[in-house]
Design a protein around this ligand. Structure first.
Ligand SMILES: [Zn+2]
Length: 223
């Protein structure tokens, strides 16, 4: 897996970028991670970076995008914040990644068992945490099920959709890039129990599960 150059980045389409992440997650699920020389990548990226995607994901320690998508140095911008909420700082960072540096994809990535989602549902009060939970709580009314597990899943998914809407609604730059097919903005849900990412492409309805039946048992053969 070569370190991305500007020429390589330019050739990647937004659809390609989705596929690159899918393939990376498949490698992760199959324990077939690319054997990268990270020190060599340090040298190769020392003059600049050409990441193909911007991932906006939760700070959760189990959901590191570079690991779950099997990416190396210089491959993805990783923006992390509790509950993968989108604020003006996040939007500005995503605009920089796409408009200035040339990334082709933004993925808003939620995950199962998210503490921020649960905290928002339970309206936990702690210091400045309400800035995060208040953004997530906007997604609660649109989820009909009130059963605890279903509600958490529904709010997790709706919060990803809300994040995508926040990006498009508050960034004329990103909205225009989407209209011009220069970038895609998609959602994703990472399952902390399986390692699998479900991609949500709202422009083409739900793409569905990337791999319904992982070919390895994740509880064994880890080396
Ligand atoms: Zn989380």
């Amino acid at each position: 897996m070569r370190t991305l150059t500007k020429e390589m980045q330019k050739k990647i389409t937004p659809t390609d970028a989705v596929e690159l992440l899918k393939k990376g997650n498949e490698r992760f699920l199959n324990n077939l991670k690319v054997n990268r020389n990270l020190l060599q990548q340090v040298t190769e990226t020392s003059e600049g970076q050409n990441p193909f995607a911007v991932i906006i994901s939760c700070m959760d320690s189990r959901t590191s995008p570079e690991l779950i998508f099997d990416q190396g140095l210089g491959d993805i911008f990783s923006i992390r914040i509790a509950g993968n909420v989108v604020n003006e700082d996040i939007i500005g960072s995503a605009e920089f990644g796409c408009k200035v540096v040339g990334s082709k994809l933004i993925m808003v990535l939620g995950h199962t068992q998210c503490g921020a989602i649960k905290g928002a549902i339970n309206d936990v009060q702690l210091g400045n945490l309400h800035f995060v939970t208040s953004k997530i709580r906007r997604s609660i009314p649109s989820v009909s099920s009130q059963a605890e597990g279903d509600l958490t899943c529904g709010v997790t998914r709706q919060n990803v959709i809300q994040g995508i809407n926040d990006l498009k609604a508050n960034s004329p730059i990103l909205a225009e890039m989407v209209r011009n097919n220069e970038i895609k903005i998609v959602g994703g849900i990472y399952d902390v129990a399986t390692g699998q990412v479900e991609v949500l492409d709202l422009d083409q309805e739900v793409l569905g599960y990337m791999m319904k039946e992982p070919s390895v048992n994740l509880t064994e053969g880890v080396h």
